[in-house]
Design a protein around this ligand. Structure first.
Ligand code: UD1
Length: 418
């Protein structure tokens, strides 16, 4: 297993290119399975979650070809096969193939998902969405079994809360259903909007993506399509946090400020400056970081996927930062590891109290999930001496060349292959 070795204390400078959004790409790969016409995706990040999802599409019989510019998925000849638990275990997003398979075959059997160990992460809302369109859904022996032999019928899907994944399941199912579907309480994340744009390019009729109420008129007459996905706002926010901890100034090429409003507001409250440039966004650090109050919320609120990274900033701010995690119930696995670097953090239920200001000192730490791991890398950039981050494969799930991109900006970081 690879490790990252970081020597802290180097300010960052230069530019970093923000990749396409992983969480936009994954549902779009699933969406390719809806159509008998090919889909070309031109901004997929080179991360292992995407490779895994393409492998899943391949297991169903989709023909996947790729070059430096694009990935093409031709799902004209897919079959309702079974994906083994080992593949599904690694990634919750495999759930997203459920709706496309149901649309194509009138039945689907998909193993209950795995993914980051950040809480119970039930799938009830996905199943509710499919039932609302006439499918019979049950969970049997670790598998979700869905049946709609006569096809799905448009209807009203009222999601109990704005789940990103369940909204994506609802959207994809609705494009294949006969008649109009209304999705109420839809998630408003840019990745949901990007999926809608991809589906529209594929021929779907969708209105209201980005609001809490989405309308879909089906069934779709599918056509060949090409889609360029949005940049990864979480990757951009992570590099902004890197500047906040390490100091210096970098340009986040391709980043879109309008997708990062809540994170930018918090960064500014902590003393970091951001402004738009011709190519993206520029972030400039400070050595007088201020504490903040942070509560994770569905979009457009502060993203849970940046909570761990901002905790690393809080460790360096003079004063007490309160962080409330409201989306997932077990998303503080980075806390014991940050403490190993000398951070003063107290947990009380879903709240972390971070008393910042004392210098961090390098140590050996263990990555536990994707975003938790990157917060350890960030803390390592600021810590005195050497930090070794173990279990780097968690980072490779969602960050394209993290070590190379940081090194390019002047960080002292290297990957040690074992
Ligand atoms: C997606 C993102 C993930 C991000 C999360 C929240 C992808 C591949 N992953 O995950 O990085 O952290 O959004 O922004 O896009 N819930 C239920 N029942 C369900 C579904 C969800 O109770 O059927 C709950 C979850 O347990 C959680 C909340 O709803 O507490 C939000 O989860 P959701 O938005 O569905 O997250 P994901 O789509 O899994």
């Amino acid at each position: 297993m690879d490790q990252l070795r970081i020597i802290g204390g180097q300010p960052l400078s230069g530019a970093v290119s923000i990749a396409g959004a992983k969480n936009a790409g994954l549902p779009q790969i699933a969406a390719a399975l809806l159509s008998t016409a090919p889909l070309e995706l031109t901004n997929l990040p080179k991360v292992s979650d995407v490779a895994n999802m393409l492998r899943v599409a391949g297991i169903y019989g989709a023909e996947v070809t790729q070059d430096a510019r694009a990935v093409r998925i031709d799902a004209s000849a897919i079959e309702p096969r079974e994906v083994d638990y080992e593949t599904v275990r690694k990634m919750r997003a495999t759930m997203l193939v459920l709706a496309p398979l149901l649309v194509r075959f009138g039945k689907a059997r998909v193993s209950l998902p795995g993914g980051c160990a950040i809480g119970a992460r039930p799938v009830d809302m996905h199943l509710k969405a499919l039932s609302a369109l006439g499918a019979t859904v049950s969970v049997e022996g670790g598998y979700i079994v869905a049946d709609a032999a006569a096809g799905l019928t448009g209807g009203r899907i009222v999601l109990p809360g704005p789940s990103v994944g369940a909204t994506e399941t609802a959207l994809m199912a609705a494009t294949g259903a006969r008649g109009e579907t209304e999705i109420v309480n839809a998630a408003r994340e840019p990745e949901v909007v990007d999926l809608a744009h991809c589906l529209i390019a594929m021929g779907a009729e969708i209105e209201g993506a980005g609001t809490h109420r989405i309308l879909v008129r089906g069934p779709t007459q599918w056509r060949a399509a090409s889609h360029h996905g949005i940049p990864d706002r979480i990757e951009a926010g992570t590099y902004a946090a890197a500047v906040a901890v390490a100091g210096g100034q970098i340009e986040l090429v391709n980043a879109r400020l309008e997708h990062m409003a809540a994170a930018c507001q918090t960064l500014e409250a902590m003393g970091i400056t951001l402004w738009p440039s011709d190519r993206g966004v520029v972030v400039s650090g400070t050595d007088r970081r201020k504490p903040a109050e942070i509560a994770t919320e569905p979009y457009p609120g502060f993203p849970t996927d940046l909570q761990a990274q901002f905790m690393a900033i809080a460790c360096l701010a003079s004063g007490t930062t309160i962080i409330r995690e409201t989306i997932f119930e077990n998303r503080f696995m980075h806390v014991p590891e940050l403490r190993r670097l000398g951070a003063d953090i107290t947990l009380s239920g879903s709240t972390a109290i971070v008393r910042g200001g004392a210098p961090l000192k390098g140590a050996q730490v263990m990555a536990t999930d994707l975003r938790a791991s990157v917060s350890l890398v960030l803390a390592g950039l600021a810590a005195e001496g050497e930090t070794i981050v173990n279990r780097v494969y968690h980072l490779d799930r969602g960050y394209e060349h993290l070590d190379r991109k940081l090194a390019q900006c002047g960080a002292q970081i290297e990957r040690i292959s074992q």
